[in-house]
Write a protein that binds this ligand. Structure first.
Ligand SMILES: NC(=O)c1ccc[n+]([C@@H]2O[C@H](COP(=O)([O-])OP(=O)(O)OC[C@H]3O[C@@H](n4cnc5c(N)ncnc54)[C@H](OP(=O)(O)O)[C@@H]3O)[C@@H](O)[C@H]2O)c1
Length: 280
């Protein structure tokens, strides 16, 4: 008879059944790791025993993230100021991670933003600027990291994309189209990297309460002086609330772990039920 217990290894920890992620001693790069989803992901990875390099432009928020990591993780976190619209900066982030930690097991492509606005008011420059970060930033970072992962025949790339990919809106053409392209890129790169032992997955968050969400909502309602009130936030998803950065981080941790070893080339939606289509 099959021993089911042996097939489903569970660890009893302080009275609850814990799922062991096995992220200790892994090394991760989290782009845009100084705020929002990126910071929550970096702190989550550190909490699991991984070493993490976070990068973003602003020094102050990077320093706050290092402080939030606490003394116990001080020797496992590095925080680099870098503008990822610059291909040279991308190369130096990857080189710094190898210098400091010797390897890269996990890449979380997260730094991104794209403006809202009426289509006819969006210039070529607006499209190019936003795609340079949200699309090319992800592509370039993956191209830089992949050879290191391929050499060791192990690694996971997690692209934080956005549910706008699946829910086209006239007021968000630049970001929605970049997200759709990144959903495609995730699958295509997964196809390309499968033989070398590197997994690639994407996450499509819906509204998650971060600085970015508050700024975007303010931009969509230019007549309103205020940030969205609680009622407006409640109306954004069928669950009656927006998501938390930590909820996306939990999904990243799972997908980056060996527990998700068979999830490859998938784009997973985390949006409180907002996407009603059958894809996502
Ligand atoms: N929050 C949501 O509702 C939501 C929904 C769907 C998708 N997403 C996606 O999730 C990701 C994270 O969003 P978030 O809400 O956590 O954003 P956030 O709170 O605004 O944080 C963005 C992070 O990216 C960094 N960043 C921005 N521009 C950068 C650049 N040029 N070079 C390097 N770093 C840069 C920021 O730091 P600096 O500004 O100091 O550089 C910050 O660390 C984004 O890709 C976003 O599109 C978010």
């Amino acid at each position: 008879m099959v021993n089911v217990a042996a097939l489903v290894p569970l660890k009893l920890f302080r009275g609850v059944i814990a799922m062991e992620l096995g992220l200790e001693r892994k090394v991760a790069i989290v782009t845009g790791g100084s705020k929002g989803i990126g910071r929550a992901t970096a702190l989550g990875l550190l909490n699991e025993g991984a070493s993490v390099l976070v990068c973003a432009r602003g020094r102050a928020a990077l320093d706050e993230t290092v402080t939030a990591a606490g003394d116990g993780a001080r020797d496992r976190i590095d925080a680099l100021a870098a503008d990822l619209t610059d291909p040279v900066a991308i190369k130096s982030v990857v080189a710094s991670c190898i210098d400091r930690f010797g390897q890269i097991d996990i890449l979380v492509n997260n730094a991104g933003s794209a403006r809202t606005g009426e289509f006819l008011n969006l210039s070529d420059n607006a499209w190019l600027e936003d795609w340079t970060l949200k699309f090319f930033g992800y592509v370039r970072m993956a191209r830089e990291v992949l050879p290191h992962m391929q050499r060791r025949r192990t690694g996971v790339i997690v692209n934080i994309i956005g549910a706008a990919a699946l829910n086209p809106r006239g007021s968000y053409t630049i970001g929605g189209a970049a997200n759709a392209a990144l959903n495609h890129f995730t699958k295509a790169l997964a196809d390309e990297s499968a033989q070398s032992g590197v997994r690639v997955v994407g996450i499509n968050p819906g509204p998650i309460l971060t600085e970015r969400l508050l700024k975007m909502r303010a931009g969509l309602a230019p007549s309103s002086k205020d940030q969205p009130d609680d009622e407006a936030l409640r109306r954004m998803t069928p669950l009656g609330r927006v998501g938390k950065a930590e909820e996306v981080a939990d999904l990243v941790l799972f997908l980056a772990s060996a527990r998700a070893a068979f999830i490859h080339g998938a784009n997973i939606t985390i949006d409180g039920g907002t996407t009603r289509g059958l894809m996502g």
